[in-house]
Design a protein around this ligand. Structure first.
Ligand SMILES: [Zn+2]
Length: 433
């Protein structure tokens, strides 16, 4: 391919989307895709109002108090535990922010890739969950605590695996053989996201582990949904260490009729070759489909009604090897993350509306989509109300209020009032003492 056809680097988002869209269309009818198990939705399906929670917040405030607050202030119908978390200072994203209502601490530095349930070791192979370093977190099954309390209240309940599947420390030591290999075949030591060391999703040990944590949630905790925003790939392009060219990836490419060796050799000659970049992008997207299909098959075999939900971590999710149209057949629902309300700028809301409209068109009218809602920082009552109205008008099947730990109680109350203003039926709150 001619170097003159290669786009100016780095790829801007429009070019990248164009390439991924073309690649996606080309494989929409690929025979290796199997139909997923769609969850019932439609006008009669209740509008979901979800909220994520962290183990340390449940420890600090108590599960009863938190769920009382969420039902009273936000009229939630659904809660989930962030069961595996990436490193991040909370409250997020203000680096100097302090918790508005946590009675035990002002802030908290989360640990990398720790699991907040007590694992059933019989389900795991070589990779096992790593528990918190803190005794006050690692002796309690927080998923069990949340599921028990949510069930008493008739709430939907789930678990999320957030960004990091395996912590970077183990990836650099115990699991270097699971590491991704860059275009030169060397272990990728650092990508664009400095704390992220994703294991290769095509390595069987990685997918075995993903399936095992999903099974642990489904079999031992009886969750209604398993949500994942695991970053299977760093968002870097091949010249930035992005992608994986390991032997497992080359084998996986063969099984889906692609030639990763050829893509690699073209990119070694010209790392910006546009046709090879398009193929590389397609391979990453399809690798994610293979990865999630294994999780889907595993958990649905044990609990056919479980909702496998992909959480697109931001509007730039395509940089992580995700093509929603391609991934849709192995999922039951998708959460779309835009917390734009928290910026306090009404002029940004039109962009959110457009993004949600585009995603609805992309996956079709019947596929369940949940919109995130930014209820923290500079979020106002008017913006939260508008965010809920936008979700309704763009055909979303629910919202996820983010995040309880960072929002003031006054901000949390705007969720209930916004739902009422949008004409969405909400249950009156009564205590569950
Ligand atoms: Zn690989």
């Amino acid at each position: 391919m001619s170097a003159s056809l290669a786009p100016a680097r780095p790829f801007n988002r429009r070019e990248f989307l164009k390439l991924t869209a073309a690649a996606s269309t080309a494989t929409m009818l690929a025979p290796w895709l199997r139909a997923g198990q769609p969850v019932a939705t439609g006008p009669s399906h209740p509008f979901e109002v979800a909220a994520p929670l962290y183990a340390w917040d449940i420890h600090d405030e108590g599960v009863t108090q938190i769920l009382d607050n969420l039902q009273e202030m936000c009229a939630v119908t659904s809660v989930y535990l962030v069961g595996v978390m990436h490193p991040e200072r909370r409250p997020f994203p203000d680096p100097n922010g302090t918790y508005p209502h946590n009675p035990r601490r002002h802030s908290y530095q989360t640990e990398d890739g720790r699991s907040y349930w007590l694992p059933d070791v019989s389900l795991y192979g070589r990779v096992k969950p790593r528990l918190s370093d803190h005794d006050w977190l690692n002796r309690t099954d927080w998923l069990h605590v949340l599921v028990e309390e949510a069930r008493k209240r008739g709430l939907k309940v789930g678990v999320e695996f957030s960004h990091t599947l395996i912590d970077a420390e183990r990836m650099r030591n115990e699991f270097t053989d699971l590491a991704q290999r860059n275009i030169h075949g060397q272990v990728t030591t650092e990508g664009r996201i400095k704390w992220l060391q994703p294991p290769c999703p095509n390595n069987p040990a990685t997918s075995d582990y993903l399936r095992a944590i999903g099974l642990d949630a489904v079999v031992n905790h009886d969750v209604d949904f398993v949500q994942s925003c695991i970053m299977s790939f760093d968002p870097g392009m091949p010249d930035q260490g992005g992608g994986c060219f390991c032997a497992y990836c080359k084998r996986a490419a063969k099984t889906i009729g692609m030639d990763l060796n050829k893509i690699q050799s073209v990119l070694l000659a010209d790392v910006h070759d546009s046709a090879a970049i398009a193929e590389w992008t397609l391979f990453r997207n399809r690798s994610n489909v293979l990865f999630y299909r294994q999780l889907s098959d595993g958990i649905h075999a044990r609990k056919p009604t479980v909702d496998l939900r992909y959480n697109a971590p931001s509007p730039s999710y395509c940089y992580y090897g995700v093509d929603l149209a391609l991934l849709r057949p192995v999922l039951n629902s998708v959460r779309l993350t835009s917390y734009v309300e928290q910026q306090g700028k009404p002029e940004l809301m039109a962009g959110k509306r457009q993004w949600l409209e585009e995603r609805r068109r992309e996956v079709g009218p019947d596929f369940p989509l949940i919109a995130a809602l930014g209820v923290r920082l500079h979020a106002t009552e008017a913006l939260v109300e508008e965010g809920i109205r936008i979700a309704l008008e763009t055909g979303m099947n629910g919202i996820t209020s983010g995040h309880y730990d960072c929002a003031t109680f006054d901000q949390l109350r705007t969720v209930r009032s916004g739902l009422v203003a949008a004409g969405i039926p909400v249950a009156p709150f009564k205590t569950h003492a």
